[in-house]
Design a binder for this molecule. Structure first.
Ligand SMILES: Cc1cc2nc3c(=O)[nH]c(=O)nc-3n(C[C@H](O)[C@H](O)[C@H](O)COP(=O)(O)OP(=O)(O)OC[C@H]3O[C@@H](n4cnc5c(N)ncnc54)[C@H](O)[C@@H]3O)c2cc1C
Length: 462
């Protein structure tokens, strides 16, 4: 199969041949999904209980889901502090957001310790306005952080500096979260798989779990037979719609990404040399960053809505999403009009209504834990997810398992086909609203109203 993204193509030569060893008949913990969440969970479990027999089952190869398709933004949960505080209360919200900040710095030492070159860079994230109508889009988040005693998380960036640092005058204003970074996501996924294996985790690639039977121990049905597991962790991201308890609590939307060839001289010429990652304030948000070899990787969220079910082939190469991302890239960097697009892809994002993940255990099968719904912000928070899922699997009572994110009753989306049809209507209104605002026009009241029905982005809507 052709690699689904620039990142995956770039790591093809680094992959070892997939292990064809048959899975054990019984394990202590079975993890379904070999993305960031499954791999961090395996590592966090082994760090706590080295003797556990742990197997990861991955339908394709590790990192070939969203973990190898994303923008590689390594972000804290501070931009989501409003939703976090509403769900968890002020103390736990600050604690969790601070933990995500700590994880960003710890990622650097983790990679160094294990000798993994994942092109990690802590160069800060700029949240910007590219229309006068977007000025101050971040005010609510910054005010909430200040009210909770963290007036140093976001730094106001003067207008002249924002244009200089981003390399484009379309950026009118912004704030910076300096601790955030960027990574080569596929190299990170491969590195995590290697660490997990070195700790004794068995990783079975090309091994789809057809069904998890909720017996105790649970029975994982594979094409090659059945594996019994005392504990199961479902880390299947956008593929989790087959779990009835979760299906109504997230929607799957597309996000498309394009990458230029290496253009380090052009980056120098426009002044975008600091390695900052950048986000604008559209409801169909754009996000962009540079790479170590001088490419621009430019993505657009709020894409195609999927009918409930597993992502189809179109999810990984959506021409409409790619065209929208390209249009926004050309608008943002008109001085690079002659730079070709080297690769383009898309991927599924598991969006919850409040943009925070669903973590917990199934009510009728407490030995089966789940961690999905990362809502386009899972690269760094997946490590927090790994800690929570590890402690849930070990039945530990700790702050990781006792906070209100765990086993929460998240808002449900309407049933199909209402959700698909209504979602498509809302998405078209979001696009019209964004286009009007970028042109400096106020969007229509209908489009504003319809767009307000979309799940939360960075602001809390509940
Ligand atoms: C285009 C795009 C851009 C993004 N940009 C960013 C960003 O810049 N920063 C950020 O923080 N987040 C970003 N995200 C989100 C981030 O990539 C995800 O939140 C994160 O990768 C989720 O990791 P995961 O392990 O839950 O999912 P995945 O990496 O999708 O892993 C789930 C795995 O489960 C496997 N699987 C599913 N069903 C089965 C089964 N039955 N049996 C065996 N295996 C199965 C799949 O094959 C898949 O590999 C982006 C996502 C996309 C798609």
């Amino acid at each position: 199969m052709k690699p689904r993204s620039h990142w995956l193509a770039d790591t093809e030569s680094l992959r070892a041949a997939s292990d064809s060893v048959a899975p054990a008949k019984a394990v202590d913990v079975a993890i379904v999904g070999g993305g960031f969440v499954g791999l961090w969970t395996a590592i966090e479990l082994k760090l706590r209980e080295p003797d556990l027999a742990i197997a990861v089952f991955e339908a394709n190869r590790c990192g070939e889901g969203a973990s190898g398709l994303n923008g590689g933004f390594v972000m804290s949960w501070w931009p989501k502090i409003g939703s976090l505080a509403r769900i968890c209360g002020a103390d736990d919200a600050v604690w969790l957001a601070d933990e995500t900040t700590r994880c960003i710095t710890e990622l650097g030492s983790f990679l160094e310790h294990h000798g993994i070159d994942a092109e990690y860079r802590q160069s800060g994230w700029l949240w910007t306005a590219t229309s006068p109508l977007h000025l101050g889009a971040w005010d609510g988040v910054v005010d909430t952080a200040c009210r909770l005693g963290r007036d140093d998380v976001f730094v106001q960036v003067p207008a002249s500096e924002i244009a200089a640092r981003t390399g484009s005058a379309v950026h009118l204003a912004g704030v910076c979260e300096p601790v955030n970074g960027t990574v080569h996501p596929a190299k990170l996924a491969l590195g995590l798989a290697r660490v997990a294996e070195s700790l004794g985790v068995r990783i079975h690639e090309h091994t789809r779990v057809e069904r998890v039977e909720r017996t105790s121990p649970a029975r994982l049905v594979l094409a090659s037979g059945v594996v019994k597991a005392g504990r199961v962790v479902l880390a299947t991201n956008a593929w989790a719609a087959s779990v009835p308890e979760l299906a109504r609590k997230f929607v799957c939307v597309g996000s498309a990404v394009i990458a230029t060839p290496p253009i380090p001289d052009r980056l120098r010429a426009i002044g975008w040399t600091g390695g900052e990652s950048i986000t604008d304030s559209q409801t169909t948000v754009t996000y962009y960053r540079t790479t170590r070899d001088g490419r621009i990787v430019f993505g657009k969220g709020g894409g195609r809505l999927y009918f409930t079910g597993e992502p189809d082939a179109l999810a990984f190469a959506d021409p409409v999403g790619i065209a929208e991302a390209t249009e926004d890239f050309r608008r943002t960097y008109p001085m690079l009009a002659d730079v070709p697009i080297d690769s383009a892809w898309s991927g599924p994002i598991d969006r919850t209504y409040d943009s925070l993940p669903l973590l917990g255990t199934l009510p009728d099968a407490p030995h089966i834990a789940y961690g999905i719904g990362w809502s386009g912000n899972g690269v760094n928070p997946s490590r927090i997810g790994g800690r929570i899922l590890a402690e849930l699997s070990l039945e530990r009572k700790s702050r990781w398992t006792a906070n209100a994110l765990v086993n929460r009753d998240a808002r449900r989306f309407p049933p199909e086909p209402l959700r698909y049809l209504g979602g498509a209507l809302v998405r078209r209104a979001m696009l019209r609203k964004d286009r009007a605002e970028l042109a400096g026009r106020a969007p229509s009241a209908t489009d504003r109203m319809l767009a307000s029905l979309a799940p939360s982005g960075l602001e809390d809507k509940n």
